[in-house]
Design a protein around this ligand. Structure first.
Ligand code: DGI
Ligand code: FE
Ligand code: FE
Length: 192
């Protein structure tokens, strides 16, 4: 499938707001790739597809996981929206013909992250957080500046802010999110 076909299909499955966010992540991922010497096309493709499973109803997310033998942890069963990352990797492969393992992996880990992520993983995780439609996160100006300067320091800041947000009662913390923060904590600006 080419870009135009993928966009057309995504537009059908996503609501307007999500589609705008998707394009924002695609272009932001492309810019981050330019800044950090990564393959721009590949980053844009991963950005375009990262939320391809976001608009599936939660019940169907659980059913799809069962059908495709995707492990659902108790935290994911309680917060099925988390599954859109794992399911996104599956759909990117079977519905959008993506075979590049790096793209599929970046989609899979884009919500919780994971310790020691590769460059594309970090580009997508960060682009998702800073794309132009996002305007609610704290420290956004600082995070946007860090994104183009140092991916690891930027990861540390985003994870720190996300955990603070989740601990303020906005959601159960997945152990992977916690472990990801434990890994990137070493890059917190105070530690450098
Ligand atoms: O799909 P998007 O909204 O574009 O972005 P995303 O896939 O990064 O999801 C963002 C949300 O995920 C944000 O509100 C924080 C939340 N999140 C990240 N880690 C965890 C989490 N939510 C819960 N409950 N537990 C986590 O560990
Ligand atoms: Fe997402
Ligand atoms: Fe997203």
């Amino acid at each position: 499938m080419n870009y135009t076909e993928i966009k057309k299909k995504l537009k059908k499955t996503q609501d307007k707001e999500r589609y705008e966010h998707t394009k924002g992540v695609m272009y932001t991922a492309g810019c981050l790739a330019m800044a950090h010497g990564y393959d721009v096309d590949k980053a844009m493709l991963a950005g375009l597809l990262h939320d391809c499973a976001k608009c599936i109803p939660n019940e169907d997310k659980l059913t799809l996981c069962r059908e495709h033998h995707i492990l659902v942890t108790p935290i994911e069963a309680e917060n099925p929206f988390l599954l859109h990352a794992k399911l996104g990797a599956l759909l990117a492969e079977i519905e959008y013909d993506i075979s590049d393992p790096e793209i599929l992996h970046a989609i899979k880990v884009h919500t919780t992250g994971e310790p020691d992520m590769n460059t594309l993983d970090k580009i997508i995780y960060i682009a998702d957080y800073i794309e132009p439609c996002r305007n609610k996160a704290p420290n956004l100006e600082k995070v946007r500046e860090l994104a183009f300067r140092d991916l690891n320091v930027c990861m540390a800041q985003i994870l720190r802010d996300t955990l603070i947000y989740l601990k303020s009662g906005k959601g159960t913390i997945d152990s992977t999110t916690q472990l990801t923060y434990e890994f990137y904590k070493q890059y917190e600006e105070d530690n450098i």
